[in-house]
Design a protein around this ligand. Structure first.
Ligand SMILES: *[C@@H]1O[C@H](CO)[C@@H](O)[C@H](O)[C@H]1NC(C)=O
Length: 632
């Protein structure tokens, strides 16, 4: 029925199919895009536009960006212009009124709430054992593991250039910069800017001391997303993997981030013929090979960057996952009406590797970039991953992610209707970012029990961007120990007990009871400072979101506004990641969210847009075969 309906609508437009009609439909569609139904309505003319080919579609999106946002023209061209052809491909492939379209209306426009999860039972080779192996600590001294994330090294960082600019990241020699610069970029880093090589090297020297190994949860590439191209990304991956492979001492086990592609976030599924990301997987595989060995490197090449390895000398299996196939802003995920429960076989690989660990009596850690339980994660994928966590919760001793640029955690439950310390079964640690773009660079050091591979303590280190020595030689100082800080607010924590899901659930109960503890957490989350206000509703949502390793149970709702850039939710955390994924640079320097919504654009603006589109959108009718229009 739905498809028939949409065909009718398309046909009607088709008959009316003159340029002026289509321009009107798009402009009016954007103007009135206030509801989910209106969003579906807007996708109908956009689909028709896509059938004219990538070119007019791209130009239309770029025109909207130029007219409706304050981004520089080159940023609109580069960022929006490179993502738009993927959206055109999607629309040519899907029913504008169907479920995939609804997901797109959520992810791209924030106009629909995500649809209910499509039921799918993840297949397991064996059921949960009746008496699963338990792991107990014999009280041996813990070893240390460094967890760092989101290093975003900017190889074009130019000390002395301006750290205030009209681009999403600064500190580069852009044409037309203020002369002299208003606020010159320091050699070791500045707010609004990604990590200079000097800071990255300083950090890598710091972590070689005393830890057994490190985990890096992704995002090597800087956030100049409007300039991202395959050559630079390949080059930067090569440089960084070379750097971590040659630092003396402890190995660094890495995971792939959503910035490790060009265009950013763009990872086609292996069911699309139009494009693939094999070049990314090959670059990472080659760069990681000296660290993870040939077998795991083969996995990375063939399994979209995922691999699994037993840490030498331990009974701990690290499973490093490509998480971009659960990322809402990977626009390639919307090119089929049919749900794909396991794009590129990532879930199946996870199950296989956890089964291997269970059979061997080993424990496992999940290491990935995008945490599975946030608003920016597709609910289907999150639900299926959660099934795996439930099945292998005895094997999984830790989960580690990044992406939010913040010092956070999230708890998973066996019963999401009753989220208590009895049902808490898994906890994920999220590391802050190394990039000083939005907050002081930071990383976590875990004390790990050598019998259970569980986390005994979390120590967070930060470097103060504004301290006088920072620009000479950044110092990394212990901010706090989670065991010390939160332990005293949690009843019954025994000395040899790990900081597991039950502990962290109790920490959220302390947040509920005690605003002081909650505010301390909110401040530490961004590396210190005034956390701002958070009323009862904001607090409810924040705690609910921590208790949601499954995104369908998160309490943040989608909000309107085409996501040309990052948006902030009430509690100040980043929720929306976008066509211009600026995730998580918060605080000073944040550009206001610009929404393509009626109230934001003046009548003049709409007229200007209409005039632009009239010059872009072709006359006549698109050709019949949509695939012929897949021009780039
Ligand atoms: C996609 O990759 C997975 C994992 O390697 C594989 O099982 C599946 O057959 C592939 N699908 C296609 C259409 O190539």
């Amino acid at each position: 029925m739905r498809i028939l309906q949409s065909l009718w609508l398309t046909l009607l437009l088709y008959i009316a199919g003159v340029n002026a009609g289509l321009v009107d439909d798009i402009v009016n569609g954007l103007k009135n895009s206030a509801t989910c139904a209106a969003c579906h309505g807007l996708l109908v003319p956009l689909k028709l536009l896509a059938r004219f080919g990538d070119r007019p579609f791209r130009k239309t999106f770029v025109a909207v960006c130029k007219v409706a946002t304050s981004f520089d023209d080159d940023v609109c061209e580069g960022a929006v212009g490179t993502q738009a052809p993927i959206l055109a491909h999607d629309l040519r492939s899907i029913d504008p009124l169907g479920q995939t379209a609804k997901k797109l209306c959520d992810a791209l426009f924030g106009l629909c709430q995500p649809p209910a999860v499509n039921t799918y039972r993840v297949p397991f080779p064996r059921p949960l054992p009746i008496n699963p192996k338990t792991f107990t600590s014999s009280g041996k001294a813990p070893f240390q593991v460094v967890h760092f994330s989101d290093i975003h090294i900017d190889r074009s960082y130019a000390p002395g250039s301006d750290s205030t600019c009209s681009k999403p990241i600064c500190c580069r020699n852009y044409a037309g910069e203020n002369q002299p610069p208003i606020s010159p970029a320091g050699p070791m880093g500045s707010r609004n800017c990604d990590t200079p090589t000097g800071l990255a090297h300083n950090f890598l020297r710091t972590i070689t001391n005393n830890n057994k190994f490190s985990i890096f949860t992704g995002d090597v590439i800087e956030a100049s997303v409007w300039l991202a191209n395959r050559d630079d990304v390949t080059h930067d991956i090569k440089l960084f993997t070379g750097e971590i492979a040659t630092i003396p001492g402890a190995p660094v086990y890495a995971a792939l981030g959503n910035h490790e592609s060009a265009p950013t976030n763009a990872f086609p599924r292996n069911t699309t013929k139009k494009s693939n990301s094999q070049w990314v997987f090959d670059s990472l595989s080659e760069g990681w090979k000296p660290i993870i060995g040939p077998v795991a490197a083969q996995q990375a090449a063939h399994l979209s960057g995922s691999y699994s390895i037993v840490v030498p000398g331990t009974n701990l299996r690290i499973i490093s996952l490509n998480t971009v196939y659960w990322y809402k802003n990977n626009w390639w995920l919307y090119d089929s009406n049919n749900a794909q429960p396991d794009p590129n076989g990532i879930l199946q690989f996870t199950v296989e590797q956890l089964q291997v660990a269970e059979d061997a009596g080993h424990r496992a850690w999940i290491v990935g970039h995008i945490p599975p339980g946030r608003q920016d994660v597709l609910r289907d994928q999150s639900n299926y991953f959660d099934q795996i966590v439930q099945r292998y919760r005895h094997v999984i001793a830790g989960q580690f992610f990044g992406h939010s640029h913040q010092d956070e955690f999230m708890v998973g439950y066996s019963d999401y209707n009753r989220r208590t310390s009895e049902t808490a079964v898994s906890v994920a640690m999220l590391a802050p970012a190394i990039t000083p773009r939005g907050s002081n660079p930071g990383f976590k050091v875990y004390d790990i029990d050598p019998d259970t591979y569980e986390v005994m303590d979390v120590k967070v280190y930060r470097s103060d961007l504004f301290s006088p020595e920072f620009q000479v030689e950044p110092k990394w100082e212990l901010g706090y120990s989670a065991r010390d800080l939160y332990g005293r607010h949690v009843s019954g924590l025994q000395p040899h007990e790990s900081l597991g899901p039950v502990f962290w659930h109790k920490v959220t109960e302390a947040f509920e009871r005690d605003n002081g503890v909650f505010d301390t957490y909110r401040s530490l989350k961004r590396g210190g400072g005034d956390p701002g206000t958070c009323d009862a509703e904001c607090k409810r949502i924040a705690i609910c979101d921590i208790r949601a390793m499954r995104s369908e149970n998160s309490c943040t709702v989608s909000k309107p506004g085409i996501k040309l850039r990052r948006g902030l939710s009430e509690d100040g955390t980043d929720q929306a990641h976008d066509l211009l994924p600026q995730e998580d640079c918060e605080g000073p320097g944040v550009i206001e969210l610009l929404q393509v919504a009626t109230h934001d654009l003046s009548d003049d603006g709409w007229e200007r847009l209409r005039t632009e589109l009239e010059a872009i959108i072709p006359e006549g009718q698109p050709t019949d075969d949509p695939d012929n229009r897949e021009d780039d």
